[in-house]
Each structure stands twice: as structure tokens, then as C-alpha cells.
Design a protein around this ligand. Structure first.
Ligand code: NAP
Length: 351
């Protein structure tokens, strides 16, 4: 039997990953920032229908402190390091996300090395791949298709699209590769780089990425801004973590996790209307022009974050994950529909 540590069991991807591991017959320890959240994780595992959920061990550990990590990795054959700050709003100071992301990753890797863990799989992001490259000739339907050889630029000349969160993911992933190369002492590292994660939520504390579908269903998004995103269903992202954990050829590799082609927010709204009917009656029917979004952004800090993304289409390839890890992700439409259906089913659309 294989024992796996999953960091961040309270999270959207973390909880699904635990459920997937339990279904596959592994035993699991997970870290939570406070043991008071144990019951929340148990409830999410019950919603996911995970077997043997009562067998999961819980250890209190925060990315910003050394306490708990040694205990958490004890007995682990593999570590899936999923936890990282993913704020819904831009932090006042970028170090609020960069420092926990980078230092937390190094804490987990040091503990894994000391405990003789076989392999650590780090949840990075497309945020560490496809940003900071500027607009001209680099993105768009006919432009570049990002793959695992690409890196987000974080230097002073990087584009305005590199938010503190995006930078935190690129900096943390770089730090992880540098660590295993310089002082890994045989510890294997594999990285999964998901795009925007959708799919079914398991409880009320869902990820910031779900906010788009939530806003569409509740009428919080009156018109779709001209923004494109890539999607991956959380169940496929979790599944790819498991494949990346054990596939011999995955050691030392990065894998993009995505459904396929980018979708616009307008496309997402149309999908929700077509698939959910009355439950999606408030989803936007039209697109807001970019000039209007820019104008509104001058008074709305939340919209300001979206301005560098207006009209930018970032295409990426899932060919490597398909070929080397046999990944076969659900479609964009299925991923966003599953999010919407779960929000309805769990009664999470009020407020
Ligand atoms: P989420 O639901 O917000 O989960 C984030 C997890 O990280 C939570 O368990 C959270 O714990 C934990 N965490 C945050 N700061 C921490 C700290 N200082 N110490 C310990 N734990 C901390 O978001 P998610 O979507 O599942 O994200 C999981 C991973 O996927 C992250 O690495 C994220 O960057 C990556 N990712 C997400 C997306 C997406 O679209 N959702 C796309 C690409 C990559 P609390 O519950 O206590 O806050």
C-alpha cells in the first residue's frame, strides 16, 4: 500500500486529490492550517463519495512556519504539494503570496528529502508558463501555443499581466527546480501546471476560479468581459497528479493540465444557458466592450485586475500529458457545467 501526503486538504483541488487517492487504494495524510478544519475536509470527502475517508490522517502545518512538516511527511512514499495561496483579490503587498508560495514549497521539499520520499509532485500552474510575454505576436488564435518549455517572465520587463499570484507560482516553481537540482539528494520532482480549474465543488469554501461561474449564475456578471480562459476539470487535474506521481518517465518533467482550446467568458455563459436552462437564466447574453471594462476599472479595483487580460487569447497544448501520462481530460463545456450543477445541487448560489 502506498502512503501519500497531500498538502492543503481544505482546498478545491486538494480535497478532490485526496478523494481520488482513496479511490485508488492509497492511504493519505493531509495538512490543514488548523485542525478545526478537519470536519470540513471530511464533509467534502463525503460529498465526493470517497471510500475510507475516516482513515485520513490530519497534521496542522502552515506554509509560513517550519512546525508540523516533519510530522506530516513521516511514512509518506509520495508528496503531492498542492497548497499555495490563491487569493480572490489582489493582495496589498505581493510578498503576501510570493513568500508563502516559495518558502512553503521549499519547506515541503526539505521535509520530503529528509524523510526519503520517492517523489514530490508540485501543483504549479499555467501561471508559471504563459504570462509576461507581451501581446504582439505572442498570443491569439494564430499566435504561439504555449507548452512545457515555456516560462512566465517575472523580471522587471515582464508585461502587466503578471499579477502577484501569477508571479508567486512562477517563483515557487523555479525555486523547486533549483532546489532539487542543487540539493535534492535524489528526491524526484514532477510538476503539474493546471490552467483555470473548474468541475464540481465539494463545499462552500471553493476556489477563486469558481467565482466566474458563481457570478454568472447569480447575476453578478451582467455582461461578459472580452476575456478568454483555459479550463480543466478538477477531477482530471487530480487524476493527472496521480499519474505524475508514479509514472517512471514523469520524473523531472512538467505537464500542462487543460481540456483543449481556450474559451471566452461569453462561450461559458452560452454553455451554462444551454445546459442548465432556467438555473442559468441570469447568465450574461452579451459581451461588454473592452473600453467599457477599462472605464469601469478606474473605479472598481476588482475589475482593474482583468484589464491586462482583455482580448488576450492564450493557447496551450495538452499533448505531452496525453502522450506521456495517458491523460484524457473532459471538455471545457463539461467542466464548467459540472461547476454550475454542483453549485446548484449544494445550494451555494445564495448570497
Ligand atoms: P484553494 O481552494 O484556495 O486551495 C488552496 C489551498 O492552499 C487551501 O487548502 C489553503 O488552505 C492552502 N493554503 C493557502 N495558504 C496557505 C498557507 N499559508 N499555509 C498552508 N496552506 C495554505 O485553491 P485551489 O484551486 O484548490 O488551488 C490548489 C492549487 O492549485 C494551488 O497551488 C493553486 O495555485 C493551483 N492552481 C489553481 C488553479 C485554479 O484555477 N483553481 C489553476 C492552476 C493552479 P486554507 O483552506 O486554510 O486557506
Amino acid at each position: 500500500m502506498t502512503h501519500v501526503l497531500v498538502t492543503g486538504g481544505t482546498g478545491f483541488l486538494g480535497s478532490h486529490t485526496i478523494a481520488r487517492l482513496l479511490s485508488a487504494g492509497h492511504t493519505v495524510t493531509t495538512t490543514v492550517r488548523s485542525l478545526a478544519r478537519r470536519s470540513d475536509v471530511e464533509r467534502m470527502l463525503a460529498v465526493a463519495g470517497a471510500p475510507h475517508a475516516g482513515s485520513v490522517s490530519y497534521v496542522e502545518a502552515d506554509l509560513t512556519s517550519d512546525r508540523g512538516w516533519e510530522e506530516a511527511v513521516t511514512g509518506a512514499d509520495y508528496v503531492l504539494h498542492v497548497a499555495s495561496p490563491f487569493p480572490a483579490a489582489r493582495p496589498g503587498n505581493e510578498d503576501e503570496v510570493i513568500v508563502p508560495a516559495r518558502e512553503g514549497t521549499l519547506r515541503v521539499l526539505r521535509a520530503a528529502r529528509k524523510a526519503g520520499v520517492r517523489r514530490t509532485v508540485l501543483t504549479s500552474s499555467f501561471a508559471a508558463v504563459g504570462y509576461g510575454h507581451g501581446r504582439t505576436g505572442q498570443t491569439g488564435w494564430t499566435g504561439r501555443i504555449f507548452d512545457e518549455d515555456d516560462w512566465t517572465r517575472t523580471d522587471a520587463t515582464a508585461g502587466r499581466d503578471v499579477s502577484p499570484y501569477i508571479k508567486s507560482k512562477a517563483v515557487a516553481e523555479r525555486a523547486a527546480w533549483d532546489f532539487v537540482e542543487r540539493e535534492g539528494d535524489g528526491l524526484e520532482l514532477t510538476v503539474v501546471n493546471p490552467v483555470g480549474i473548474f468541475g464540481p465543488v465539494l463545499g462552500p469554501d471553493y476556489s477563486a476560479s469558481i467565482g466566474i461561474v458563481h457570478a454568472m449564475l447569480t447575476g453578478g456578471m451582467r455582461a461578459a468581459p472580452p476575456i478568454w480562459t483555459n479550463t480543466v476539470d478538477v477531477r482530471d487535474a487530480a487524476d493527472l497528479h496521480l499519474r505524475a506521481m508514479t509514472a517512471p518517465q514523469a520524473a523531472g518533467q512538467r505537464y500542462l493540465a487543460l481540456a483543449g482550446e481556450p474559451v471566452s467568458f461569453h462561450d461559458i455563459a452560452l454553455t451554462l444557458r444551454a445546459r442548465l436552462g432556467e438555473a442559468a437564466a441570469k447568465a450574461p447574453t452579451g459581451t461588454a466592450p473592452a473600453w467599457l471594462v477599462r472605464l469601469l476599472a478606474t473605479v472598481d479595483p476588482a475589475l482593474r485586475e482583468t484589464v491586462p487580460q482583455l482580448g488576450v487569447v492564450r493557447r496551450a497544448s495538452n499533448a505531452k500529458a496525453r502522450k506521456e501520462l495517458d491523460g484524457s481530460p473532459r471538455s471545457n463545456e463539461d467542466a464548467v457545467t459540472a461547476t454550475a450543477e454542483s453549485l446548484v445541487r449544494l445550494g451555494l448560489l445564495s448570497g
